[in-house]
Design a protein around this ligand. Structure first.
Ligand code: PHE
Length: 355
C-alpha cells in the first residue's frame, strides 16, 4: 500500500512541474509505459497473496483512474496555453495605419463615357453595344457602303482575313444595324465603344473611341438632331451657350449629311468652348439614309431618324486639356494619376458632371 502512496505523491510532484506536451508524454511513459511504475504494480498482482489481492487490485485501479484523469486534465490545460500563445502571435492590430498604397484612378476616356451616358440617358437614350470584331456586311454593306465605294478606303480598315469578310470595326455605326435588326422601331440609342483604323500620329491612334447616336421614329426631323446635339454640347462642356454650325458633308449612310463645328477661343493658352470666332469640327451626322432602313427591314416611308458619330478621345482631350492622344493608351501610371478621376466621382447630371 505504501508503494501506491509513494507512486501517487511522486506523480503529483512531477506533474506539477510539467510545462509541455513532450514532458507530459514522458511522464505518461514513466508511469504507464511497458516498465512504468503503475504497469509494474499491475504485473506484481500475481505475486500477492490471494486474500490481499482483491483489495490491492481495487486500490490500484482507483489509482490508475485518478492518474489517467490528471494526465488528461493536464493535456487540456497545455493545449489551451498553446492555442493562446498562437493567437497572441497572430493578433492583428486593426488600429495600425495601413501601408502606403497606390490609389486606382478612372481613365479620362472611361470618365467621359460615363458623363456622355448620363447626359443622353436624361433625354431617353439607352446604351447599346456591339463587338469590336465585325462583319464587312455590318460595317459597310448594310450601311449603304457597297463594294468599291471610296469610303471603304478612307477608313483604312484592319481586315482579319484575306477575303475581307471579317474586320475590326472602323466606326460604331454597325451597332445601328445590329440594333435595328434585333429590335422593333422606334430606336433611341447611343453606342460608346472602341473602333479601329490603320492610322497613328499625335491626333490619331489605331484604336480609338467613338460615340454613335441613333434616333428613329415616325416624325423625326433634322431639327430634332440639332436640338439634341445643342443640348449635349452644352451639358458636356458645362457651358450656357454654344455656337454651333452645320456644314454640308457626305456619309453613305446619311442623307442629308453634315459635319458639326463648335465655336471656341483661346484664353491664356487654353481652349474655351462655346464662344469666339474659331471653329472646331467635332462630329459627323445626318438623317438615316432610306437604304439603311430598307436593309434592316424598317419601312422608310413610315420611319425616319437621325444618326451621329463623334470621337470620344477628342472630346476628353478638349474638356480636360490633354494635348497628346497617344498618352491615353500608354498606361503610364504618373499620367493616369494626374489626369484620372476618383473612382467614387461618378458623374451625374444633377450633381454636375465633373465637379
Ligand atoms: N460613322 C461616321 C464616321 O466614323 C460618323 C457618323 C455616324 C456620321 C453617324 C453620320 C452618322 O466617320
Amino acid at each position: 500500500m505504501s508503494d501506491l502512496n509513494n507512486i501517487t505523491s511522486n506523480f503529483y510532484k512531477k506533474i506539477s512541474s510539467v510545462k509541455s506536451k513532450e514532458d507530459l508524454q514522458s511522464l505518461k511513459t514513466e508511469f504507464f509505459g511497458k516498465s512504468g511504475e503503475v504497469t509494474s504494480q499491475f504485473k506484481s498482482l500475481g505475486t500477492i497473496s490471494e486474500d490481499k489481492r482483491k483489495e490491492f487490485a481495487s486500490s490500484l485501479n482507483k489509482l490508475k483512474d485518478e492518474l489517467t484523469n490528471e494526465l488528461e486534465k493536464k493535456f487540456i490545460e497545455l493545449e489551451k496555453i498553446e492555442i493562446n500563445e498562437k493567437l497572441k502571435g497572430e493578433k492583428v492590430d486593426v488600429t495600425l495605419p495601413i501601408r502606403p498604397y497606390q490609389k486606382g484612378k478612372i481613365h479620362p476616356v472611361s470618365q467621359v463615357i460615363d458623363e456622355i451616358s448620363s447626359i443622353f440617358s436624361e433625354i431617353g437614350f439607352s446604351i447599346a453595344e456591339g463587338p469590336d470584331v465585325e462583319t464587312e456586311y455590318n460595317n459597310f454593306t448594310a450601311l449603304n457602303t457597297p463594294d468599291n465605294h471610296p469610303a471603304r478606303d478612307m477608313h483604312d480598315t484592319f481586315y482579319l482575313e484575306e477575303n475581307k469578310k471579317i474586320l475590326l470595326r472602323t466606326h460604331t455605326s454597325p451597332v445601328q444595324i445590329r440594333t435595328m435588326l434585333n429590335e422593333k422601331p422606334p430606336y433611341k440609342i447611343i453606342v460608346p465603344g472602341r473602333t479601329y483604323r490603320c492610322d497613328s500620329d499625335q491626333t490619331h491612334a489605331p484604336m480609338f473611341h467613338q460615340l454613335e447616336g441613333l434616333h428613329v421614329d415616325k416624325d423625326i426631323t433634322m431639327s430634332h438632331l440639332k436640338g439634341c446635339l445643342d443640348y449635349f454640347i452644352k451639358e458636356f462642356f458645362e457651358v450656357k451657350n454654344v455656337k454651333m454650325r452645320f456644314r454640308p458633308s457626305h456619309f453613305p449612310f446619311t442623307e442629308p449629311s453634315a459635319e458639326v463645328d463648335i465655336g471656341y477661343t483661346i484664353e491664356n493658352d487654353k481652349i474655351v468652348i462655346g464662344e469666339g470666332d474659331k471653329w472646331l469640327e467635332i462630329l459627323g451626322c445626318g438623317m438615316v439614309h432610306p437604304n439603311v432602313l430598307k436593309n434592316v427591314k424598317v419601312d422608310p416611308t413610315k420611319y425616319q431618324g437621325f444618326a451621329f458619330g463623334m470621337g470620344i478621345d477628342r472630346l476628353a482631350m478638349l474638356k480636360y486639356g490633354i494635348n497628346d492622344l497617344r498618352a491615353f493608351f500608354e498606361s503610364d501610371y504618373r499620367w493616369l494619376n494626374h489626369f484620372g478621376f476618383d473612382p467614387l466621382d461618378v458623374p451625374t447630371n444633377y450633381k454636375g458632371l465633373s465637379k
